[in-house]
Ligand binder design. Sequence first.
Ligand code: 5AD
Ligand code: FES
Length: 349
Amino acid sequence: MNDRLLSLVSALNENGSLSVEEYEYLIENRTPDLSERLHRLALEKRRSVYGDEVYIRGLIEISNICKNDCFYCGIRKSNKECQRYRLSPSDILNCADEGYSLGFRTFVLQGGEDLYFTDEVLGEVVSEIKRRYPDCAVTLSLGERCDGSYKYLKDAGADRYLLRHESAVKSHYEMLHPKEMSYENRMRCLETLRALGYQVGCGFMVGSPYQTANILAHELKFVETFRPDMCGIGPFIPHCATPFKNMSAGTLEMTCFLLSVIRLIHPRVLLPATTALGTVAPDGREKGLLSGANVVMPNLSPTSVRKKYELYDNKICTGEESAQCVECLRRRVESVGFKVVTSRGDVKK
Ligand code: 5AD
Ligand code: FES
């Protein structure tokens, strides 16, 4: 490791900040030794804030119907092979009931941009979950909605909102999305969510098509300046029925490297070891935890629909990653030196 790399690592560890050029240098010149050092520092930081606790979230995939056509996504509207489904409000509440008995205290309602889920329908579901389980947090991950809608859902009781920004560089954002979607609107949604008092999550795919080290450096700068409460990153994985079917996938190595850098930028951020990471390698999520991640989000959706919520090929499902197998999950988490806790797991402010 050269002197410049060493001094960048200490600066990052001490100040949580580097310039875009410095992030880019770190990314381009990383070596296994450097990553090793970053993982170690990230674990120390994570321990100083969250100890050895890992938070779990019950993920309920409420619908794979989507009006958008993102080039990377398996549930894009142009994918005619996708078998569409939508959970009813009572299906969703049943998932939450099951999740609560399994020990989950955060429910994440995730889905495509499905117009069936109006403010009224969603508001009812959110407030009913909060009525039944006042000790639980509700996280929404339902894409772009208007300001009034975000406000309505906040008032109904939603606590958090995940909306990956997908790319912090406008020209790159436009290579991943059709012209009906805009970078400006995405960013505006994130600002609105923050102003409304949600705990807000942003994020991006690692190794998405046309992503360069310079673009990744801008992602890190964005995470540094936006200061999200949560940050979802996972490898891009091609889906066979999308325009990006022949593009290569992001790597476990790069994802773990970035998880560590993000932990050093924001020691308090909630950082999931994602399903996509568990899909590129059998021990992907454990490696994510060992790089600084502190959240896992097992699937609580009914088994019958799990395979259909296919954002990318070979998504792991029905097996050990499911919420029903909290015991396997506990063992996996303990195997790398952490412990699963039953609590809302809010961001430490
Ligand atoms: N590979 C990896 N992640 C994907 N997502 C969508 N499609 C893919 C894919 N092919 C991610 C997006 C989205 C989140 C719900 O899943 O970043 O925001
Ligand atoms: Fe549904 Fe991207 S395809 S939001």
